[in-house]
Design a protein around this ligand. Structure first.
Ligand SMILES: Cc1ncc(COP(=O)(O)O)c(C=O)c1O
Length: 428
């Protein structure tokens, strides 16, 4: 007989730190047990005990078409039959690259295997291109787990970063400054003081890693202007937002010099990409002096899944439907929170959404941290009990896919009304 949830968890705990292969999956942030997923289809995942859930994790963003979309699985089956890895240029790699270049206007691309690699390579390239050492990131943004990006803010508003993980050297952390998100003045102050030493500013155009925190107009204006004025590069991390907010890039950072992509462009297989002007990307090996490589980069299965995903996404007004459905969910959750008397609010951009246990949506990480994470943990458990799988942290984004329907949203809103009552007032 197939193993159930409890047995899988126990065997996994003996094998993997925290019983998982990536920390958020442990459910520690909501004080629960991880739910092993045995299979998934459309908007639903099924756990190893056979219980089905409406899924808003969506593999943390790649699955904009939902799980096991027929066009993606067919493309994968065809590609697998032709061979799973070549260590060579392949037709699907060129086909996906051309689709991305056409949709984004990026002149050159380098495929990698993860968003982490894309961001890490972007900063290496920016340092090489500018001959400068410092990078700037924003508190609450996540750009993967390269050492130089696992950095948190020091005590001042604009200080060099402190390590945010054991094992990161103080020297590496000191190469990255951490500023508050959505604070144009802090960025201007930084450039006034350290502009001449700054190689790059890296940012999520819509933050998705402290829950959804959209950017203010003044912040976007500062990002689009200040790095260029000071000879630094702007790195636009669209690993989540690329092809999610619309077909192509978000359009929020038109002045970006380098763009990081991932998630959706791999259709659920491991992928990342770095893109930009030819004169910058051609600094990468073998044309230039910046080393970067990968055994499985441009892997034919990932390329085929990405190509099939982008082709399906371009058809039939997918983004308009996503917007409509996500708005329906947002409005339903708002109403549910009001009726339940819960101190909760909803933030949304396109098919990215968060329900925050806070009176008003946060504008930055300091405000996001004020959320009642205990209430979120109770809410998460109550939703799970009602068949809705939410990302297991207050600070992750819910992802709506084209596979979700009105019935899924209605079920979610009904469950949320009860779960919000339970989370806010304790079990009733
Ligand atoms: C904005 C952003 N950049 C980079 C990454 C890192 O991508 P990966 O997990 O594929 O390494 C993530 C992952 O969630 C992300 O959200």
């Amino acid at each position: 007989m197939a193993s159930g949830n409890a047995e899988l968890r126990e065997r996994a705990r003996a094998l993997f730190p925290g019983g998982v292969s990536s920390p958020v999956r442990s459910f520690r942030a909501v004080g629960g047990e991880p739910v092993p997923v045995a299979r998934a289809s459309g908007a639903r995942v099924t756990d190893a005990d056979g219980r089905e859930y409406v899924d808003y994790v969506a593999a943390y963003g790649p699955l904009i078409l939902g799980h096991a979309h027929p066009a993606v699985t067919a493309a994968l089956a065809e590609a697998a039959a032709r061979g799973t890895a070549f260590g060579a240029l392949s037709p699907d790699e060129v086909a996906l690259g051309e689709r991305i270049a056409t949709a984004t206007g990026l002149e050159r691309l380098r495929f990698v295997n993860s968003g982490t690699e894309a961001a890490m390579t972007a900063l290496r390239l920016a340092r090489a291109a500018t001959g400068r050492e410092l990078a700037v990131k924003f508190e609450g943004c996540y750009h993967g787990h390269a050492d130089g990006l696992l950095v948190k803010a020091g005590s001042g508003v604009a200080t060099l970063g402190l390590r945010d993980s054991a094992g990161v050297t103080a020297g590496t952390a000191a190469g990255t400054a951490v500023l508050p998100y959505n604070d144009a003045d802090a960025l201007a102050d930084w450039f006034a003081r350290r502009g001449a030493d700054t190689a790059a500013v890296i940012v999520e155009p819509v933050a998705g890693n402290m829950g959804v925190v959209p950017p203010g107009a003044d912040f976007l204006d500062a990002l689009n202007r200040l790095p260029r004025e000071h000879g630094a590069l702007l790195v636009n991390d669209e690993v989540i937002t690329g092809f999610r907010l619309r077909y192509g890039l978000s359009g929020l950072l038109p002045e970006a010099d380098l763009v990081c992509l991932g998630k959706i462009i791999g259709g659920g297989l491991p992928v990342g990409a770095l893109g930009g002007r030819a004169e910058l990307l051609d600094l990468l090996a073998p044309d230039g002096p910046v080393y970067q490589a990968g055994t499985l980069s441009g892997n034919p299965l990932a390329m085929a899944a990405g190509r099939a995903t982008l082709d399906a996404l371009r058809e039939g007004g997918a983004h308009a439907r996503l917007e409509e459905l996500a708005r329906h969910l947002e409005n339903g959750l708002h109403a549910a929170a009001r009726r339940a008397g819960a101190a909760a609010c909803v933030a949304r951009r396109g098919a990215m959404l968060s329900l925050f246990f806070r009176a008003a949506p946060p504008r930055d990480h300091a405000e996001a941290r004020e959320c009642d994470t205990d209430a979120f943990a109770r809410f998460h458990g109550a939703m799970l009990a009602r068949g809705v799988m939410l990302p297991p942290s207050q600070f992750e984004t819910w992802f709506v896919s084209t596979a979700h329907g009105e019935a899924d949203v209605d079920l979610t809103v009904r469950a949320a009304h009860e779960a919000l009552r339970e989370a806010s007032g304790g079990p009733s």
